[in-house]
Ligand binder design. Structure first.
Ligand SMILES: Cc1cc2nc3c(=O)[nH]c(=O)nc-3n(C[C@H](O)[C@H](O)[C@H](O)COP(=O)(O)OP(=O)(O)OC[C@H]3O[C@@H](n4cnc5c(N)ncnc54)[C@H](O)[C@@H]3O)c2cc1C
Length: 300
């Protein structure tokens, strides 16, 4: 039987999209490998009415509610390949099987590529953080670091200064220009030049940020905007049009969420760039509604 749609990725965008299509009584299959981007953080913040809940619990509730719809099928499998065209797609799954569908929604999320600094990766989502709106409040003020990966970090540091006393580790990235320097000064952001060589445990639960010989800087948390890469090889296999953003290369979509391949939609982080649970969910809802309309009008 041909599905109306296959949703590749059952994270916040994918499940939000699934709910709209399920409520329209459409037959859908959700393929998911169960690795949402925020899995490194114990709690999630900033999502209305869910503030402070573990992200996995929110997704588990969503899956439970979706499973009550008769037209929804969950398969805990990766989508390996996509073949075909609008109205006649076929997804090859990790077990070698095939599922046919009229439309596809890609919602595979990002994989974060952290700078290769010893001590950074194991603290990701705990004391090494990407987003002050998500986790800055819980840091509770005091000394905070911002690790530069690109020149955008100067602006990021000026924003993070609302959550504590910020030191910007320029980390061999070009120094901020005069305009940014003036803003950083007004925001009391200190600059620490030099390449960051390691992050270790400091006294009193602080992080020790080492910049070569000399005294390390102690901070309560270190913010960094990693390079985000679209998970899944399907966009490259199909040579989908991309778009550059400050955090990485994302999928280009039109106003309806459709990618450069007709009938293939994308939602969530991979279509938005810098996003969060609320934005990814909202984008999943919007894209699902347009995808649904495209099942009705041949020219849509
Ligand atoms: C450490 C950290 C903490 C965060 N904390 C917060 C927070 O507190 N609040 C907040 O609002 N935002 C937070 N975010 C951001 C948030 O995680 C993302 O914006 C959100 O998860 C994006 O939703 P998504 O559906 O696009 O992707 P995801 O939630 O990442 O879901 C993608 C899903 O697709 C699956 N998948 C991938 N490839 C395939 C494939 N080939 N086949 C099948 N399935 C596949 C994955 O396993 C995953 O389940 C945080 C991010 C990070 C990195």
């Amino acid at each position: 039987m041909t599905e109306d749609a296959i949703i590749i990725g059952g994270g916040f965008a994918g499940l939000s999209a699934a709910l709209q299509l399920a409520r329209a009584r459409r037959r859908i299959t959700i393929l998911d490998t169960g690795l949402p981007r925020n899995r490194f953080a114990a709690h999630s913040h900033g999502f209305l009415a869910q503030d402070g809940r573990p992200g996995g619990d929110i997704l588990a509730d969503a899956r439970r509610q979706l499973a009550a719809y008769e037209t929804v099928t969950f398969r805990d499998l990766p989508a390996e390949r996509l073949e075909g065209e609008r109205d006649a797609f076929s997804v090859v799954t990790g077990d070698g099987g095939r599922i046919d569908a009229r439309r596809i929604l890609l919602a595979t999320g990002f994989e974060d590529q952290l700078p290769a600094i010893p001590g950074l990766a194991e603290r990701w989502g705990k004391t090494v953080l990407h987003c002050p709106y998500c986790h800055g409040y819980e840091v509770g003020g005091g000394p905070i670091g911002v690790l530069a990966r690109t020149a955008e970090a100067a602006r990021f540091a000026a924003v993070v200064a609302d959550w504590g006393n910020v030191t910007l580790f320029t980390n061999a990235v070009p120094e901020p220009d005069e305009t940014d320097l003036a803003v950083l000064e007004a925001r009391n952001v200190k600059l620490r030049p030099g390449r960051v060589t390691a992050i270790t445990d400091g006294p009193g639960g602080l992080l020790s940020v080492e910049t070569g010989p000399g005294i390390p800087t102690l901070v309560k948390a270190l913010f960094v905007a990693p390079e985000a890469r679209v998970r899944s090889s399907i966009p490259d296999d199909l040579d989908l049009t991309r778009k550059e953003t400050p955090i990485g290369n994302i999928l280009h979509t039109d106003d309806t969420g459709q990618t450069s391949l007709p009938g293939l939609y994308a939602a969530g982080d991979i279509a938005l760039g810098a996003a969060n649970i609320s934005l990814a969910s909202a984008n999943g809802v919007k894209t699902a509604v347009f995808l649904h309309h495209s099942l009705i009008w041949p020219t849509h």
